[in-house]
Design a protein around this ligand. Structure first.
Ligand SMILES: [Zn+2]
Length: 374
Protein backbone atom coordinates (compact mmCIF):
# COMPACT_ATOMS: atom_id res chain seq x y z
CA UNK A 1 0.00 0.00 0.00
CA UNK A 2 2.81 2.33 0.90
CA UNK A 3 4.56 1.49 -2.38
CA UNK A 4 1.56 2.51 -4.34
CA UNK A 5 1.34 5.81 -2.52
CA UNK A 6 5.00 6.60 -3.05
CA UNK A 7 4.71 5.84 -6.72
CA UNK A 8 1.78 8.19 -6.95
CA UNK A 9 3.78 11.00 -5.38
CA UNK A 10 6.84 10.69 -7.60
CA UNK A 11 6.33 12.32 -10.95
CA UNK A 12 6.53 9.80 -13.69
CA UNK A 13 8.70 11.34 -16.34
CA UNK A 14 8.43 8.56 -18.79
CA UNK A 15 10.78 6.08 -17.16
CA UNK A 16 7.80 4.05 -15.93
CA UNK A 17 4.84 3.03 -18.00
CA UNK A 18 1.78 4.95 -16.90
CA UNK A 19 -1.37 2.95 -16.65
CA UNK A 20 -4.26 2.49 -14.37
CA UNK A 21 -5.71 -0.94 -13.74
CA UNK A 22 -9.30 -0.68 -12.73
CA UNK A 23 -9.97 -2.23 -9.32
CA UNK A 24 -6.42 -3.54 -9.03
CA UNK A 25 -5.40 -1.52 -6.01
CA UNK A 26 -7.60 0.00 -3.45
CA UNK A 27 -8.64 3.22 -5.14
CA UNK A 28 -7.12 6.36 -3.68
CA UNK A 29 -10.00 8.46 -4.91
CA UNK A 30 -13.34 6.78 -4.53
CA UNK A 31 -14.87 5.78 -7.85
CA UNK A 32 -17.75 8.21 -7.69
CA UNK A 33 -15.43 11.13 -7.14
CA UNK A 34 -13.21 9.84 -9.94
CA UNK A 35 -16.18 9.72 -12.30
CA UNK A 36 -17.12 13.26 -11.35
CA UNK A 37 -13.60 14.51 -12.02
CA UNK A 38 -13.52 12.73 -15.37
CA UNK A 39 -16.83 14.33 -16.30
CA UNK A 40 -15.44 17.76 -15.47
CA UNK A 41 -12.28 17.10 -17.51
CA UNK A 42 -14.35 15.95 -20.43
CA UNK A 43 -16.58 19.00 -20.24
CA UNK A 44 -13.60 21.34 -20.09
CA UNK A 45 -11.97 19.59 -23.00
CA UNK A 46 -15.11 19.95 -25.12
CA UNK A 47 -15.42 23.59 -24.16
CA UNK A 48 -11.76 24.13 -25.01
CA UNK A 49 -12.11 22.45 -28.37
CA UNK A 50 -15.25 24.42 -29.18
CA UNK A 51 -13.56 27.66 -28.21
CA UNK A 52 -10.54 26.83 -30.29
CA UNK A 53 -12.71 25.74 -33.12
CA UNK A 54 -14.50 29.04 -33.04
CA UNK A 55 -11.22 30.89 -32.84
CA UNK A 56 -9.69 29.14 -35.82
CA UNK A 57 -12.81 28.59 -37.87
CA UNK A 58 -11.67 31.59 -39.94
CA UNK A 59 -9.26 29.29 -41.67
CA UNK A 60 -12.11 27.33 -43.15
CA UNK A 61 -12.91 30.37 -45.27
CA UNK A 62 -9.48 30.42 -46.78
CA UNK A 63 -9.92 29.30 -50.36
CA UNK A 64 -7.47 26.42 -50.58
CA UNK A 65 -7.89 26.21 -54.36
CA UNK A 66 -5.61 29.26 -54.59
CA UNK A 67 -2.71 27.72 -52.71
CA UNK A 68 0.39 27.54 -54.93
CA UNK A 69 -1.59 28.66 -57.98
CA UNK A 70 -1.27 32.44 -57.79
CA UNK A 71 1.79 34.08 -59.21
CA UNK A 72 2.66 37.76 -59.15
CA UNK A 73 2.76 39.25 -62.63
CA UNK A 74 5.05 42.04 -61.40
CA UNK A 75 7.83 40.05 -59.74
CA UNK A 76 7.10 36.36 -60.27
CA UNK A 77 6.70 35.45 -56.60
CA UNK A 78 3.89 33.34 -55.22
CA UNK A 79 0.98 34.65 -53.17
CA UNK A 80 0.29 34.14 -49.51
CA UNK A 81 -3.00 34.23 -47.60
CA UNK A 82 -3.92 36.76 -44.91
CA UNK A 83 -7.02 37.01 -42.80
CA UNK A 84 -8.35 39.85 -40.73
CA UNK A 85 -11.42 40.51 -38.66
CA UNK A 86 -13.06 43.84 -39.39
CA UNK A 87 -15.76 45.49 -37.38
CA UNK A 88 -18.38 47.12 -39.56
CA UNK A 89 -20.78 49.91 -38.75
CA UNK A 90 -23.46 47.38 -37.79
CA UNK A 91 -21.22 46.42 -34.88
CA UNK A 92 -20.70 42.90 -36.19
CA UNK A 93 -17.34 41.39 -36.97
CA UNK A 94 -16.55 40.21 -40.46
CA UNK A 95 -13.67 38.06 -41.58
CA UNK A 96 -11.80 39.41 -44.55
CA UNK A 97 -9.52 37.12 -46.50
CA UNK A 98 -6.83 38.51 -48.70
CA UNK A 99 -4.00 37.26 -50.84
CA UNK A 100 -0.77 39.14 -51.34
CA UNK A 101 2.43 38.65 -53.32
CA UNK A 102 5.10 37.34 -50.95
CA UNK A 103 7.51 40.09 -51.95
CA UNK A 104 4.95 42.90 -51.95
CA UNK A 105 4.07 41.83 -48.42
CA UNK A 106 7.64 42.72 -47.40
CA UNK A 107 7.12 46.46 -47.70
CA UNK A 108 10.60 46.97 -46.18
CA UNK A 109 12.37 45.06 -48.99
CA UNK A 110 14.84 47.19 -50.93
CA UNK A 111 13.93 45.70 -54.29
CA UNK A 112 10.33 45.21 -53.35
CA UNK A 113 7.29 44.50 -55.45
CA UNK A 114 4.80 47.21 -56.39
CA UNK A 115 1.81 44.87 -56.25
CA UNK A 116 -0.62 44.87 -53.32
CA UNK A 117 -3.19 42.84 -51.44
CA UNK A 118 -6.30 41.52 -53.14
CA UNK A 119 -9.51 40.40 -51.53
CA UNK A 120 -10.08 36.68 -51.90
CA UNK A 121 -13.61 37.32 -53.14
CA UNK A 122 -12.11 39.28 -56.05
CA UNK A 123 -10.21 36.22 -57.24
CA UNK A 124 -13.32 34.08 -56.85
CA UNK A 125 -15.54 36.51 -58.67
CA UNK A 126 -12.94 37.03 -61.39
CA UNK A 127 -12.70 33.30 -62.11
CA UNK A 128 -16.48 32.91 -62.29
CA UNK A 129 -16.73 35.89 -64.62
CA UNK A 130 -14.00 34.50 -66.87
CA UNK A 131 -15.76 31.11 -66.97
CA UNK A 132 -19.09 32.66 -67.83
CA UNK A 133 -17.47 34.48 -70.72
CA UNK A 134 -16.30 31.15 -72.10
CA UNK A 135 -19.90 30.20 -72.81
CA UNK A 136 -20.27 29.87 -76.58
CA UNK A 137 -17.04 31.78 -76.95
CA UNK A 138 -15.79 31.18 -80.49
CA UNK A 139 -12.36 32.67 -79.89
CA UNK A 140 -11.76 30.29 -77.00
CA UNK A 141 -13.00 27.34 -78.97
CA UNK A 142 -10.69 28.26 -81.85
CA UNK A 143 -7.81 28.42 -79.38
CA UNK A 144 -8.69 24.96 -78.04
CA UNK A 145 -8.98 23.58 -81.56
CA UNK A 146 -5.56 24.98 -82.38
CA UNK A 147 -4.02 23.27 -79.36
CA UNK A 148 -5.72 19.98 -80.18
CA UNK A 149 -4.63 20.19 -83.83
CA UNK A 150 -1.07 20.89 -82.73
CA UNK A 151 -1.13 17.91 -80.39
CA UNK A 152 -2.76 15.44 -82.74
CA UNK A 153 -0.58 13.75 -85.33
CA UNK A 154 -0.54 15.36 -88.76
CA UNK A 155 -1.15 13.25 -91.90
CA UNK A 156 2.59 13.29 -92.48
CA UNK A 157 3.25 12.12 -88.93
CA UNK A 158 0.66 9.37 -89.25
CA UNK A 159 2.52 8.13 -92.33
CA UNK A 160 5.77 8.33 -90.46
CA UNK A 161 4.25 6.36 -87.59
CA UNK A 162 3.26 3.64 -90.05
CA UNK A 163 6.76 3.60 -91.49
CA UNK A 164 8.27 3.35 -88.03
CA UNK A 165 6.09 0.34 -87.31
CA UNK A 166 7.18 -1.35 -90.51
CA UNK A 167 10.82 -0.56 -89.81
CA UNK A 168 10.48 -2.03 -86.33
CA UNK A 169 9.13 -5.24 -87.82
CA UNK A 170 12.04 -5.43 -90.26
CA UNK A 171 14.56 -4.71 -87.54
CA UNK A 172 13.02 -7.32 -85.27
CA UNK A 173 13.47 -9.86 -88.04
CA UNK A 174 17.04 -8.70 -88.70
CA UNK A 175 17.82 -8.78 -85.00
CA UNK A 176 16.44 -12.28 -84.72
CA UNK A 177 18.67 -13.38 -87.57
CA UNK A 178 21.73 -11.59 -86.21
CA UNK A 179 21.27 -13.16 -82.80
CA UNK A 180 20.79 -16.54 -84.43
CA UNK A 181 23.98 -16.05 -86.50
CA UNK A 182 25.92 -14.81 -83.52
CA UNK A 183 25.00 -17.86 -81.53
CA UNK A 184 26.40 -20.03 -84.29
CA UNK A 185 29.52 -17.91 -84.76
CA UNK A 186 30.29 -17.80 -81.04
CA UNK A 187 29.77 -14.06 -80.59
CA UNK A 188 31.71 -12.83 -83.64
CA UNK A 189 29.12 -10.24 -84.73
CA UNK A 190 27.95 -8.63 -81.50
CA UNK A 191 28.37 -5.14 -82.99
CA UNK A 192 25.52 -5.75 -85.43
CA UNK A 193 23.26 -6.91 -82.61
CA UNK A 194 24.09 -3.77 -80.64
CA UNK A 195 23.41 -1.51 -83.63
CA UNK A 196 20.08 -3.16 -84.36
CA UNK A 197 18.99 -2.99 -80.71
CA UNK A 198 20.04 0.65 -80.49
CA UNK A 199 17.97 1.57 -83.54
CA UNK A 200 15.01 -0.41 -82.20
CA UNK A 201 15.13 1.46 -78.88
CA UNK A 202 15.08 4.79 -80.71
CA UNK A 203 12.18 3.75 -82.93
CA UNK A 204 10.19 2.58 -79.91
CA UNK A 205 10.81 5.95 -78.28
CA UNK A 206 9.46 7.64 -81.39
CA UNK A 207 6.35 5.44 -81.36
CA UNK A 208 5.82 6.20 -77.67
CA UNK A 209 6.03 9.94 -78.35
CA UNK A 210 3.40 9.59 -81.08
CA UNK A 211 1.08 7.58 -78.87
CA UNK A 212 1.54 10.05 -75.98
CA UNK A 213 0.46 12.88 -78.23
CA UNK A 214 -2.61 10.96 -79.37
CA UNK A 215 -3.54 10.31 -75.75
CA UNK A 216 -2.97 13.95 -74.81
CA UNK A 217 -5.14 15.16 -77.68
CA UNK A 218 -7.90 12.84 -76.49
CA UNK A 219 -7.48 14.15 -72.96
CA UNK A 220 -7.72 17.78 -74.15
CA UNK A 221 -10.93 16.97 -76.01
CA UNK A 222 -12.45 15.42 -72.88
CA UNK A 223 -11.28 18.30 -70.70
CA UNK A 224 -12.77 20.84 -73.05
CA UNK A 225 -16.08 18.98 -73.09
CA UNK A 226 -16.12 18.81 -69.28
CA UNK A 227 -15.19 22.48 -68.96
CA UNK A 228 -17.95 23.55 -71.33
CA UNK A 229 -20.48 21.44 -69.44
CA UNK A 230 -19.59 23.26 -66.21
CA UNK A 231 -19.53 26.63 -67.95
CA UNK A 232 -23.03 26.02 -69.28
CA UNK A 233 -24.20 25.21 -65.76
CA UNK A 234 -22.62 28.39 -64.41
CA UNK A 235 -24.22 30.34 -67.20
CA UNK A 236 -27.68 29.04 -66.33
CA UNK A 237 -27.56 29.45 -62.56
CA UNK A 238 -27.76 32.88 -61.02
CA UNK A 239 -25.97 32.39 -57.73
CA UNK A 240 -23.25 29.84 -57.65
CA UNK A 241 -20.52 28.97 -55.20
CA UNK A 242 -16.90 29.20 -56.27
CA UNK A 243 -16.22 26.17 -58.53
CA UNK A 244 -13.14 25.02 -56.63
CA UNK A 245 -12.89 21.68 -58.43
CA UNK A 246 -12.86 23.36 -61.80
CA UNK A 247 -10.16 25.72 -60.65
CA UNK A 248 -8.04 22.90 -59.28
CA UNK A 249 -8.47 20.82 -62.41
CA UNK A 250 -8.04 23.39 -65.17
CA UNK A 251 -5.95 26.22 -63.81
CA UNK A 252 -2.30 25.34 -63.63
CA UNK A 253 -1.37 28.83 -62.61
CA UNK A 254 -2.91 32.28 -62.47
CA UNK A 255 -0.74 35.34 -63.01
CA UNK A 256 -2.00 38.35 -61.08
CA UNK A 257 -0.95 41.86 -62.13
CA UNK A 258 -1.19 44.81 -59.80
CA UNK A 259 -4.19 46.33 -61.59
CA UNK A 260 -6.05 43.08 -60.94
CA UNK A 261 -5.62 41.63 -64.40
CA UNK A 262 -5.44 37.85 -64.08
CA UNK A 263 -4.15 35.56 -66.80
CA UNK A 264 -5.19 31.94 -66.35
CA UNK A 265 -2.84 29.29 -67.62
CA UNK A 266 -5.05 26.36 -68.44
CA UNK A 267 -3.82 22.81 -68.25
CA UNK A 268 -4.49 22.61 -72.00
CA UNK A 269 -1.71 25.08 -72.56
CA UNK A 270 -3.99 28.04 -73.21
CA UNK A 271 -3.63 31.44 -71.55
CA UNK A 272 -6.91 33.28 -71.03
CA UNK A 273 -8.18 36.38 -69.27
CA UNK A 274 -11.07 38.84 -68.94
CA UNK A 275 -11.34 42.64 -68.82
CA UNK A 276 -12.24 42.57 -65.12
CA UNK A 277 -9.92 44.76 -63.02
CA UNK A 278 -9.57 45.39 -59.31
CA UNK A 279 -10.74 48.98 -59.58
CA UNK A 280 -14.23 48.03 -60.70
CA UNK A 281 -14.38 45.42 -57.96
CA UNK A 282 -13.49 48.02 -55.33
CA UNK A 283 -16.11 50.32 -56.77
CA UNK A 284 -18.62 47.51 -56.41
CA UNK A 285 -17.56 47.01 -52.76
CA UNK A 286 -17.99 50.71 -52.14
CA UNK A 287 -21.47 50.63 -53.64
CA UNK A 288 -22.36 47.69 -51.43
CA UNK A 289 -21.06 49.56 -48.41
CA UNK A 290 -23.16 52.57 -49.38
CA UNK A 291 -26.22 50.35 -49.78
CA UNK A 292 -25.64 48.85 -46.34
CA UNK A 293 -25.32 52.30 -44.80
CA UNK A 294 -28.46 53.45 -46.55
CA UNK A 295 -30.37 50.40 -45.29
CA UNK A 296 -29.11 51.09 -41.78
CA UNK A 297 -30.27 54.72 -41.90
CA UNK A 298 -33.63 53.64 -43.24
CA UNK A 299 -34.05 51.13 -40.45
CA UNK A 300 -33.08 53.71 -37.84
CA UNK A 301 -35.61 56.18 -39.24
CA UNK A 302 -38.38 53.63 -39.34
CA UNK A 303 -37.56 52.63 -35.74
CA UNK A 304 -37.71 56.29 -34.77
CA UNK A 305 -41.14 56.67 -36.35
CA UNK A 306 -42.37 53.80 -34.17
CA UNK A 307 -40.54 55.11 -31.10
CA UNK A 308 -41.84 56.89 -27.96
CA UNK A 309 -41.35 60.49 -29.22
CA UNK A 310 -43.40 60.05 -32.38
CA UNK A 311 -46.01 58.02 -30.49
CA UNK A 312 -46.33 60.90 -28.01
CA UNK A 313 -46.55 63.36 -30.91
CA UNK A 314 -49.43 61.46 -32.48
CA UNK A 315 -51.25 61.48 -29.15
CA UNK A 316 -50.60 65.19 -28.89
CA UNK A 317 -52.10 65.68 -32.34
CA UNK A 318 -55.34 64.01 -31.36
CA UNK A 319 -56.33 67.66 -31.03
CA UNK A 320 -55.50 70.00 -33.95
CA UNK A 321 -52.10 71.62 -33.42
CA UNK A 322 -50.31 74.46 -35.12
CA UNK A 323 -46.81 74.03 -36.50
CA UNK A 324 -45.16 76.02 -33.72
CA UNK A 325 -46.91 73.95 -31.06
CA UNK A 326 -45.70 70.74 -32.64
CA UNK A 327 -42.11 71.95 -32.89
CA UNK A 328 -42.12 73.07 -29.22
CA UNK A 329 -43.71 69.80 -28.12
CA UNK A 330 -41.09 67.69 -29.89
CA UNK A 331 -38.30 69.81 -28.46
CA UNK A 332 -39.43 69.04 -24.93
CA UNK A 333 -38.42 65.41 -25.64
CA UNK A 334 -35.46 65.80 -27.99
CA UNK A 335 -33.56 68.36 -29.94
CA UNK A 336 -34.98 68.54 -33.44
CA UNK A 337 -34.71 71.34 -35.98
CA UNK A 338 -37.64 72.86 -37.79
CA UNK A 339 -36.57 71.51 -41.18
CA UNK A 340 -35.71 68.06 -39.92
CA UNK A 341 -39.04 67.68 -38.12
CA UNK A 342 -40.86 68.83 -41.22
CA UNK A 343 -39.01 66.75 -43.80
CA UNK A 344 -38.35 63.50 -42.04
CA UNK A 345 -41.15 63.21 -39.49
CA UNK A 346 -44.28 65.17 -40.36
CA UNK A 347 -43.92 64.67 -44.10
CA UNK A 348 -43.52 60.92 -43.65
CA UNK A 349 -46.42 60.68 -41.21
CA UNK A 350 -48.65 62.48 -43.70
CA UNK A 351 -47.49 60.24 -46.52
CA UNK A 352 -48.34 57.25 -44.37
CA UNK A 353 -51.79 58.73 -43.75
CA UNK A 354 -51.28 59.12 -40.01
CA UNK A 355 -51.42 62.91 -39.95
CA UNK A 356 -53.29 65.43 -41.98
CA UNK A 357 -52.97 69.12 -42.47
CA UNK A 358 -56.12 71.17 -42.81
CA UNK A 359 -57.90 74.45 -42.18
CA UNK A 360 -60.24 74.02 -39.30
CA UNK A 361 -63.82 74.49 -40.39
CA UNK A 362 -65.80 77.38 -38.86
CA UNK A 363 -62.62 79.02 -37.75
CA UNK A 364 -62.01 82.66 -38.45
CA UNK A 365 -58.24 82.69 -38.72
CA UNK A 366 -57.04 80.78 -41.76
CA UNK A 367 -54.30 78.84 -40.01
CA UNK A 368 -53.27 75.37 -41.02
CA UNK A 369 -53.46 72.71 -38.37
CA UNK A 370 -52.03 69.28 -38.10
CA UNK A 371 -54.05 66.50 -36.63
CA UNK A 372 -54.25 62.75 -36.51
CA UNK A 373 -56.08 61.45 -39.49
CA UNK A 374 -59.26 59.71 -38.44
ZN1 LIG B 1 5.16 40.68 -56.63
Amino acid sequence: MLDTLEEKVATNQGELPQYYIEGHHEAIIDPEEWEAVQAIIEERSIAFKTRNHKKYSKNTHKNVAFIDKLQCGECGNGFTHQRAVERRSDGKEYEVHRWVCRLAQKYYAVDGCSSHRFQQTYFEQHFIKMLKELHQNEAFQAEVNKVIARTELSAQELNLEEEVRKRIEQLNQALYEAVDEELHQDGQDSKRVDDLSGELVNLHKQLKAFSDRKKLAGQYKNEYKELMKQVKKLHEEQQQPFPAELYTQFVEQATVYKDGKIVYHFSMGIDWSTDERYESYRYQLLEEKKARRHAKRKKKHSDFLKGPEVTALLEYCEKPRRWGEILDFMNTMMFISDSHLRSSVIQTLMEKGKLQKEFLPNHQRKHKYYMVKK
